[in-house]
Design a protein around this ligand. Structure first.
Ligand code: HEM
Length: 167
């Protein structure tokens, strides 16, 4: 039932004027993909720089709060660019992503990655001083390790969509 409705939605989306334009104008998809991939590169770099600093593997002479304040806030506008470019890719070929379970895995991982980013941003750069600093540091280290794994999973799933196409 839901499957049928989703397929109908994909067909409706593929028949819209915007989808036709994306399909017909040859430079649109490569341009949008390029912006998507460049944004991915910037986002991943920003997230991993903070994660490695939390684990004291990078920039040890710079306070962790400064590194977090510098690199975590830009992640949010970049996610917006990814959302816009990703949506354009979907509109151009709706069935390729919307009927593909790998796409939903990627979106679920993205929700987890954004939650981890919000936790780290709050805890590292703006949290009021906690009485139990050591326990807090452990939580931050765990969140940073999970962040690297989950962002990597999103990269993998993003590429994998092309190899697990349905309908
Ligand atoms: C914010 C919402 C996002 C949406 C709606 C979205 C959507 C898409 C779509 C539709 C594709 C094309 C897949 C295909 O046809 O093969 C794609 C590719 C990709 N996405 Fe995203 N994406 C989003 C965010 C992200 C994020 C946060 C990352 C990684 C940190 C990411 C990494 C990738 C990668 C690596 C590819 C493969 C690019 C290629 O090989 O051409 N995406 N995305």
């Amino acid at each position: 039932m839901f499957d049928v409705a989703l397929k109908q939605f994909c067909d409706w989306l593929a028949a819209t004027a915007l989808s036709h334009t994306i399909q017909a104008v040859s430079w649109i998809i490569p341009t949008v993909q390029t912006i998507h991939i460049l944004s991915v590169a910037v986002l991943f770099t920003a997230a991993v720089l903070v994660d490695l600093r939390v684990w004291r593997l990078l920039d040890r002479d710079v306070p962790v709060a400064d590194v977090a304040r510098r690199f975590l806030p830009p992640i949010w506008p970049i996610v917006l660019v990814l959302l816009i470019t990703g949506s354009l890719l979907i509109i151009g070929e709706p069935r390729r992503s919307l009927l593909n379970s790998t796409f939903y895995l990627k979106m679920a991982l993205l929700a987890v990655a954004l939650a981890l980013t919000a936790i780290l941003q709050w805890s590292l750069s703006s949290a009021p001083k906690m009485p139990n600093k050591k326990a807090m540091w452990r939580v931050e280290q765990l969140a940073a390790a999970a962040s690297i794994l989950v962002w990597s999973g999103i990269l993998f799933a993003g590429r994998w969509i092309a190899y697990t196409q349905a309908g």
